[in-house]
Design a protein around this ligand. Structure first.
Ligand SMILES: C[S@@+](CC[C@H](N)C(=O)[O-])C[C@H]1O[C@@H](n2cnc3c(N)ncnc32)[C@H](O)[C@@H]1O
Length: 231
């Protein structure tokens, strides 16, 4: 798992260009996947949602658009330059004024036990330096019956692995360098994506962290997966 100082450095370096790079690398599909997560969260009729590893805030904004104004939305990230982007975007969106963006480490959340109904993480879990600790911290802040929704890269179906890893290793870093000027940051991404567990293993890790149920929904040939883990 990556070191926290390295992760902060990577995201600090690309923060101003992160959204543009995301759209280009995922061909805009990231927006639809976040929307799916938001719909799963909305079905639970939550009164408080934590968007962990919120980064530039896109998941928090998508939650705000769908959830009723009575639902509190808190975005936490440990990388201040990414939070600055989120706060700048929030300042331009009148309907997002009540989202709170705060600096914090997923390994040690400054939130009481059982204080939120749902936790979302978009492409954050892969960057945690201790996934077991992060998952148990999420479980701690969730109310009983509350759920974690994790949107993350996964391991693709076997038949698509060769073209996918070719794209990831040889095409994506070039696109990323053109958009962000930082090829090295996206080489980091390739490393973390290759090392990340597939759906079954991640669901098992969630259950081992104390979640009562965990299931995964593969998306786009299982290149991406949405995991739901219920406390
Ligand atoms: C790929 S970005 C995802 C941003 C956003 N969730 C999205 O959907 O686009 C990953 C984010 O995870 C954050 N992160 C990684 N480890 C963290 C930790 N231990 N605590 C808080 N944030 C963390 C990074 O700072 C970065 O902003």
């Amino acid at each position: 798992m990556p070191e926290a100082s390295k992760v902060k450095g990577v995201f600090s370096a690309i923060a101003p260009k992160y959204d543009a790079a995301n759209r280009i690398i995922s061909c805009g599909m990231d927006i639809g996947w976040r929307r799916e997560v938001v719909n799963l969260v909305a079905a639970r009729k939550p009164s408080a949602v934590l968007d962990l590893a919120t980064g530039s805030g896109d998941m928090a904004f998508a939650l705000r658009k769908t959830l009723p104004p009575t639902c509190q939305i808190l975005g936490i990230d440990f990388c201040e330059p990414m939070l600055e982007v989120a706060r700048r975007k929030k300042a331009e969106l009148s309907w997002a004024a009540d989202i709170t963006f705060a600096q914090g480490d997923a390994m040690n959340l400054a939130l009481p036990d059982e204080s939120v109904d749902a936790v979302t993480i978009g492409w954050g879990l892969r960057n945690f330096d201790d996934r077991t600790k992060g998952l148990s911290e999420i479980r701690r802040v969730l109310k009983k019956g509350g759920a974690l929704y994790c949107l993350e890269f996964s391991q693709p179906y076997r038949w698509i692995r060769f073209p996918y890893y070719f794209y990831l290793r040889h095409v994506m870093p070039i696109l990323a360098r053109i958009v962000t000027g930082r090829r090295d940051s996206y080489e980091y991404l390739v490393g973390t994506v290759s090392a990340f567990p597939g759906r079954e293993i991640l669901a098992a890790e969630m259950r081992a962290a104390g979640f009562a149920k965990a299931r995964a929904f593969p998306r786009f040939f299982s290149i991406v997966a949405i995991h739901e883990a219920v406390k």
